[in-house]
Write a protein that binds this ligand. Sequence first.
Ligand code: C5P
Length: 230
Amino acid sequence: MSVWAVLAAAGSGERLGLDRPKSFAPLGGRPLLAEPLERLEASSWIDAIVVAAPPGWEEPSILLAEEVGAGKVVSCVTGGATRSESVRAAVAEVAPDASVILVHDAARPLLDDAVVERVLKPLAEGFHGAVPGLPLADTVKRARAGEVVETLERADLFAVQTPQAFLADWLRTALGGDVAGATDCAALVEEAGGRVAVVPGDRRLVKVTEPADLELVEALLGREGGGNPV
Ligand code: C5P
C-alpha cells in the first residue's frame, strides 16, 4: 500500500494579521509549515508528500522542506483560490499507483502519528475514507433568521479535523466534480457515495486561525518539547 500525503498550506491566513501567509507564521522560532512537514516526514506510514503552497511562496516552501530534511516532498504546487482547489492541484501530482491519499491542513501543525494510524485503519475495513472527530461539548442548534429551528442530537455530532485519509481513486473522483462550498474533502467523498469512518481525533490538532490559536499551539508545542503530556 503506497500512501501519499497532501499538505494544504496555501491559505492566506488574513485573520492572523501578519505580512505573510499563515504557513509562514512564526511557530517555535521557525515557519509554521516546518512542523507538519517534519512530522509527515517522520511518519512511517507516509511514502511521499505533495505541498500546496501559497502563490509566490513555492520556492520558500521547497527551501523549507530541504532545511528540515523532508526528502519525501516530491512536488510543491501553487495552491488555488479555495482549500479544495489547492487539494485538487496537489492531488494531480500524486503518483497514479498511490493507493491512499492522506490530506492534512498545514494549519494544524501538531500532527501525531497515532492519528495517522487511526485514519488509515478503516480503509482496510471497507471504508472509502476516514476522518478524526472530537465529540462536542456544546449543544448545537440550527437557526434561521434569529430563531431556533431545531436542536441537534449532540451524541451524533463531531467536530472534524485533519488528517483525513481516502482511497486514492475515490478522492480523485470526488475532486473531479464541483468542489465549491466543500469545507473538507470527506464531504466530497460522501457526496460521491463513499463510506467515511469517524475515528477519535486529537485535541492538539488545533487549527491556527486567530492569533490566540497560534499562542495555544506554541504553548502545546513547548509542553511536548518539555516532555510533559498535554
Ligand atoms: O483557511 P483555513 O484555515 O480554513 O484553511 C485550512 C487549510 O487549508 C490551511 O492549512 C490552509 O493553508 C489551506 N488552504 C489552502 N488553499 C486555500 C485556502 C486554504 O491550501 N486557498
